[in-house]
Write a protein that binds this ligand. Sequence first.
Ligand SMILES: Cc1ncc(COP(=O)(O)O)c(C=O)c1O
Length: 410
Amino acid sequence: MNDATFLKDFPIFSHQVGEKRLVYLDNAATNQHPACVLEAMDTYYRRWNANPHRGVYRLSSESTKLYEGARQAVADFIHSKSSDCIVFTRNTTESLNLLSWTYARMVLQKGDEIVIPVSEHHSNMVPWQQACKATGASLVFLYPDSDGIYSEEEIEKKISSRTKIVSFALVGNVLGLGLPAEKLIKKAHSVGAIVIADCAQSIGHTPLDVSDLDVDFAAFSGHKMFGPMGIGVLYGKWELLEAMPPFLTGGDMIEYVQEQESSFAPIPQRFEAGTPDVAAAVGLQAAIEYIKKIGYKTLREVEAEVTTYALERLSKFPWIKMYGKPLTGERKFPIITFTVEGIHPHDVASILDEDGISIRAGHHCAQPLMHFLQVPATCRVSFSIYNTKADIDALVVGLLHARRVFGYEH
Ligand SMILES: Cc1ncc(COP(=O)(O)O)c(C=O)c1O
């Protein structure tokens, strides 16, 4: 195996960006798709497309089988005890909103608290601000040290008997650091709070075992694990989902409808109003099979090699400032956030784009973290299984190019 072994699985890399080779370094935003995922979705539409759960004809029951098969594949993949605990949504954001509009509004009262780290993506922050406004509860923040590490003292201090919900990303999308999940979960449960794990950034890199971790809810998106956009997952413990009212209402989620009243379907259908994206569910199942075939161990090894190489090369330049503790190994995921002295991150990203290199620049949907770090915007590069050391070399050449454009010698 060399570091380009997996590149050939991804058709997008056979295309150029203008005259240039595509160097895609924005995997924390979304992954590219292996051919097997594209083919699974294509086959669905060519052979099996019909509305699931509704028709008695064969095509509809095949579509239902594929959709429910994908649900079972997700349940097995994350070690959920039952596929009834897997709700398909559009993405992580919708999964978290579902909880904000149902669970949170159902349990929260004035005086209660929701605790989240300040490094959270807006998707795991704004829904809780809204739930607090609606219920009179308060949003309490955990703050890290200047390297982005959350201490045990901070967790002990902020999670208290007032805490009803603790929601955090297993891996942060800006600094690429794993959060102290076990400590947060243990402390939250010791005060009777429920735990929501935002697995958007972790699911593409490391296994999720919801039973072993003992989280109450977990949310992730298909497109950050080689699957299609438009499909997300909400896992919930059976008894919690079962007690929750519906989120969106209409077709497919009802049991019986009268003129003035309706009763609702059992979980998970109760939370899946309207025609679902069956092709995306099928694509997600193919992505799961792809990850299983490679194995998370290999995935992590390939990504760690590229990340370590990138950290080494970027740290040679005094005009690059990297954010977050540059840990490698278990706690460091393949995300590097940095600024280039004298050049705005948007200019860096635009100049790199001329060289065929896609990186992210801005606040990364984490404005409170940027405020905490006292930096308005940064550059972010993030890697996946198809990135190579040649990509990092191209990045370095591109950064030197950007420096020259802005009048620096190097
Ligand atoms: C940690 C984290 N949570 C939530 C999200 C939102 O994901 P989506 O846009 O797929 O809903 C992201 C997206 O980057 C993320 O990184």
